[in-house]
Design a protein around this ligand. Structure first.
Ligand SMILES: Cc1cc2nc3c(=O)[nH]c(=O)nc-3n(C[C@H](O)[C@H](O)[C@H](O)COP(=O)(O)OP(=O)(O)OC[C@H]3O[C@@H](n4cnc5c(N)ncnc54)[C@H](O)[C@@H]3O)c2cc1C
Length: 316
């Protein structure tokens, strides 16, 4: 049965849900406070990797599904999506990671892991998703909701509301487990790099080098509970130093941008479920938020589950 669905949020979670729900025949409206270009998703590095995500069969399923979808999109020439060879530096001994099951060419050496993952340039990918949604008849409404219960009103009616509001779910869903995990990143001109390099356990902080078509994203920080969105110059200098140490070809590469984003983290992991309580007007709520540092990595898998939950809630 097709339903009227309102998706709250136009980041990676909201737009992937909107596209999938549309494909299932639902009439979908997206309500968002910010343009896609103004979301946290726009700032993501955005490389497939389940950063600080606990091993869990559901999460592995979402990650696996997203890996396959993004690799298929890369093969189909979707703008901004490319397979990226990756080196992960190991400090100490490590067992094979739980997520390796999703990565076909994962190879473990004594000092590093090597694998290929999809990487996404969000600057072009989010507009591509929005265009795909709108071309198929989807409607985007720009509005900052004071309460989730207002979503059906703003959209002109809804049987199901999908809550993909990221960090704002702390208030909109009254969920105190949601909190920011601050991330500062630096963009430098790309001196010709193609391989991602990660040193997650660097004693001075997580360190990563993610080449893109024109620039390289250098990171980073992961600061739970920190709401400060201003760029800290000392942190930028430290990130540059660690990344040049890791990849000496970066020495002297000009800085072209700097940014801070607040990852929508959640104690207990992402919440992808049907809310047992309906909104006052009767609309059911399906939640899809709290993906922390792995929102791009989990997006398509979560959107598929949201599709199943929405179909169930709408009586399909
Ligand atoms: C520096 C950095 C690097 C990262 N790198 C990676 C990476 O390499 N790989 C990876 O997988 N992930 C990465 N992430 C994490 C990823 O960016 C997030 O997990 C993901 O973007 C969350 O997407 P979202 O759509 O759930 O939330 P958001 O992108 O925050 O979108 C939330 C949406 O909800 C809307 N909204 C909020 N409040 C309201 C309201 N009251 N009314 C209406 N609409 C509202 C907003 O306007 C927005 O459209 C990174 C994050 C950062 C900060």
């Amino acid at each position: 049965m097709s339903a009227n669905v309102t998706v709250v949020g136009a980041g990676i979670s909201g737009l992937t849900c909107a596209v999938r729900l549309q494909e299932q025949g639902h009439a979908v409206t997206v309500v968002t406070a910010d343009e896609p270009a103004g979301t946290v998703s726009r700032l993501a590095a955005a490389v497939w990797y389940p950063t600080r995500t606990a091993a869990d069969p559901r999460v592995l399923g979402w990650a696996h599904r997203t890996y396959d979808e993004l690799m298929a999109q890369a093969a189909a020439g979707v703008p901004g999506v490319v397979p990226r060879p990756t080196r992960m530096i190991l400090r100490g001994t490590h067992a094979t990671p739980w997520w390796a099951a999703a990565v076909p060419d994962f190879a473990a050496g004594p000092d590093e892991w090597r694998f290929t993952v999809p990487s996404v340039e969000m600057e072009v990918y989010l507009p591509w998703l929005l265009d795909r949604f709108e071309t198929a008849g989807g409607r985007l409404v720009r509005h900052r909701l004071a309460r989730l219960a207002d979503a059906p009103l703003v959209a002109g009616g809804a049987d199901v509301v999908v809550n993909a509001s990221g960090l704002a779910a702390r208030d909109l869903a009254g969920d105190p487990a949601v909190h920011p995990a601050r991330g500062q990143v630096v963009g430098v001109a790309n001196p010709g790099l193609v391989t991602s390099v990660r040193d997650e356990d660097h004693p001075a902080g997580m360190t990563y080098v993610h080449p893109r078509s024109r620039d390289v994203v250098l990171g980073g920080t992961f600061q739970p509970g920190d709401w400060d969105t201003t760029v800290d110059p000392a942190t930028t200098a430290a990130i540059l130093a660690r990344c040049v140490e890791l990849v000496p070809e970066l020495a002297g590469a000009p800085v072209v941008w700097q940014a801070v984003g607040l990852r929508p983290a959640r104690h207990g992991g992402a919440r992808v479920e049907l809310d047992p309580v309906a909104l006052p007007g009767g609309a059911r709520v399906v939640h899809d938020y709290g993906h922390g540092g792995a929102g791009i990595t989990l997006a398509w898998g979560c959107a598929e589950e949201v599709g199943t939950l929405t179909g169930g809630a709408a009586g399909a």
